[in-house]
Design a protein. Structure first.
Lengths: 96, 96
DNA sequence: TTACATTTGACAAATATTGACAAGTCAAAC
DNA sequence: GTTTGACTTGTCAATATTTGTCAAATGTAA
């Protein structure tokens, strides 16, 4: 598995001595869901990432970038042999 | 929109003077679906790509690479400002 | 017009994702 | 060894998304 975002969130949360349940309450979701997000079992929604960034005083764009990286990762993970070439193609388009 | 795969398929199909309905019959799907795949309105499944490659005598890996590039593209398209950075992160992981 | 290829929109069915709940593990405190 | 509190896990119903088909529309060449 991958999970850049969850790891980062956990890092931020623990460094601030906050509990899962506190962050979960802030987002108004179950603690279990928050746990899954940190562990990469579930994806956070974009809105959730934004709220997490706010609550943990983190850079929103940085967290969203990790969130997107996880999404890309899960798109390519099943196709490791062609992933690099496909990324190159998608990247070319991006530069326009 | 993007659609590397559909464009390539159409190119291959037309250069061989085949009809949508012929390719569709081969895949055992409706012609309408084949049209949508070529136009990028619908995604082909991996298995469909493989069968298309076979029928159109194309390189399977090449088509799958375009298919994956389209998937990556649609993952990042909503986040153009952070896409490049996220790709870089995902790419780093890939090299391992 | 006719005939045929392709496209489109609407739909039901299949599949996937969501968040909650309940029950579980684990470690520290008692 | 029991209790407590934090976190994790499995399962479920609700919701959302994706899939492929059908019928109708559009395009096109004879």
């Amino acid at each position: 598995m991958v999970n850049y975002l969850g790891q980062k969130i956990r890092e931020l949360r623990e460094s601030q001595n906050l509990l899962l349940r506190q962050v979960a309450a802030e987002l108004e979701v179950d603690t279990a869901l928050m746990s899954k997000i940190e562990r990469g079992d579930r994806n956070a929604s974009k809105q959730q990432v934004i709220e997490i960034a706010k609550y943990l005083k983190a850079n929103e764009e940085e967290l969203l970038t990790l969130w997107l990286a996880d999404k890309i990762e899960s798109t390519i993970v099943e196709e490791p042999t062609i992933a690099y070439q496909a990324m190159k193609i998608a990247n070319k388009k991006l530069k326009k």
